[in-house]
Design a protein around this ligand. Structure first.
Ligand code: FES
Length: 280
């Protein structure tokens, strides 16, 4: 049995980056329970009784306005649906929160965040919340070109933003993974979100960090309830559709400690959970 649906209305439509739409939704009863890592299911009734249902990461929360901002994720098949046609004032049904809040070490205060344009939506709220809690954040953002980057104004000014563009139009000419080792000794925890290529690069870079995952590997398999703990780096893995309540099995990830459901134990998965990971 998942969370109860909540009726919401669209207060504003914005953009995280070119072509990356956000919706600010009035949903005061949901807002207090939302944390970094959470997503919501957007549900919209379609003609013929069909109900469109999509996962949308929470990118910002405004308790005073009673609103939550979510990002519309591009469909894996590249298609469009009626969510792309929404207007201010339209109604939507929200279900959530989906997923487990991102686990932060109580001791560590230096966080390294790594994303491409796609993954930015999954880490923005973490950056905002971490700065508000007095932590230091370096955010490495990767994009094809400067035009594709999320603007710095979407992050708190205390965040140190480091840019990598593959065409060399701004910042480091290359990919985010090239820069990770520069922060490996400074950061006490790292989080990566984005394409499979970005996650693979981040994973490889983190593997080179001295002692990475040693604690987690020696501890052996963990209970699912602790799946977000134990690794220096956590990779955010997302799913597009499904029940969102851990029932259908459509988002199952085979991991070292057993099958993980991204909608319940995700989205942040410690890299020691991957079969080729760890230091064993
Ligand atoms: S989406 Fe159904 S189990 Fe995760």
């Amino acid at each position: 049995m998942g969370p109860a649906p909540v009726a919401a209305s669209i207060l504003a439509i914005g953009e995280l980056a070119p072509g990356r739409t956000t919706l600010e939704l009035r949903a005061p009863t949901l807002v207090a329970g939302l944390r970094p890592g959470h997503a919501l299911h957007l549900v919209r009734a379609e003609a013929g009784g069909y109900r469109l249902r999509r996962v949308a990461p929470v990118t910002k929360v405004d308790p005073l306005r009673g609103s939550v901002e979510v990002a519309l994720q591009p469909r894996a098949d590249g298609g469009r649906d009626s969510l792309a046609e929404l207007r201010v004032g339209d109604a939507l049904t929200l279900v959530g929160p989906i997923g487990r809040p991102i686990a932060l070490d109580a001791k560590g205060s230096n966080l390294l965040l790594i994303s491409d344009t796609e993954g930015f939506a999954w880490l923005r709220l973490l950056a905002i919340s971490a700065v508000a809690a007095g932590r230091s954040v370096v955010f490495i953002q990767e994009a094809q070109s400067a035009h594709d980057l999320a603007p710095a104004s979407l992050l708190p000014e205390q965040v140190e933003l480091v840019v990598a563009t593959t065409d060399g139009s701004l910042g480091h000419a290359g990919v985010a993974a090239d820069l990770i080792t520069s922060y490996a000794s400074w950061a006490e925890q790292a989080f990566a979100a984005g394409s499979a290529a970005l996650l693979a690069g981040a994973y490889d870079a983190a593997q080179g960090r001295r002692g990475v995952d040693r604690v987690a590997a020696s501890a052996g398999a963990r209970a699912k309830g602790g799946a977000n703990r134990g690794s220096w780096m956590q990779l955010l893995l997302t799913h597009e559709i499904g029940c969102g309540s851990g029932v259908c099995g459509g988002c199952t990830l085979p991991a070292r400690s057993g099958d993980l459901r991204l909608c319940r134990e995700g989205p942040a998965i410690p890299m020691s959970e991957f079969r080729s990971g760890g230091t064993e």
